[in-house]
Ligand binder design. Structure first.
Ligand code: FMN
Length: 127
């Protein structure tokens, strides 16, 4: 039977997503392939590191994992997002990072998510 896990993290009192007048906000969406299949524990470990770091850098977004593939949205101050994406691209836990979208945003779309996470169900239609 397929398993579905959806974990969201709402940060009480987190900054609103309105554009700060002095900071350009950037949104990036990329896809990648896990180098080894990610077990739930691996994903939890990753999120435990990523979420507080994202809060500190004012970055929000979401991470989707399905059957060895990642899709991630990162959004926040331009410099912070660029630096994080550069670091993530070098992470040996995945490969073949493909930039799908990169653009300025006026307002965050995932403003209260330090990194929402969805582990999609494995559907027989997708196998
Ligand atoms: C698919 C994927 C998504 C990641 N997303 C984030 C993220 O949103 N924030 C983050 O800080 N690290 C993320 N990481 C982990 C970073 O690559 C890096 O390991 C982590 O930020 C620790 O970096 P440091 O050792 O330089 O502190 C992600 C890694 C992978 C493989």
């Amino acid at each position: 039977m397929s398993r579905r896990t959806a974990i969201s993290r709402r940060i009480p009192g987190a900054r609103g997503g309105k554009k700060d007048d002095n900071v350009d906000m950037l949104q990036i969406i990329y896809g990648s392939a896990a180098t080894k299949p990610f077990a739930r524990e691996n994903l939890v470990d990753l999120l435990k590191i990523a979420r507080p770091k994202n809060v500190a850098a004012d970055i929000s977004g979401m991470l989707l994992y399905h059957s060895g593939s990642f899709l991630q949205v990162l959004e926040g101050p331009e410099k912070s997002v660029e630096e994080l994406y550069a670091k993530i691209q070098k992470d040996p836990r995945h490969t073949r990072c493909l930039l799908i979208w990169r653009g300025s945003i006026q307002q965050k779309e995932f403003e209260n998510w330090s990194m929402g996470f969805v582990d999609t169900p494995s559907s027989p239609w997708l196998n």
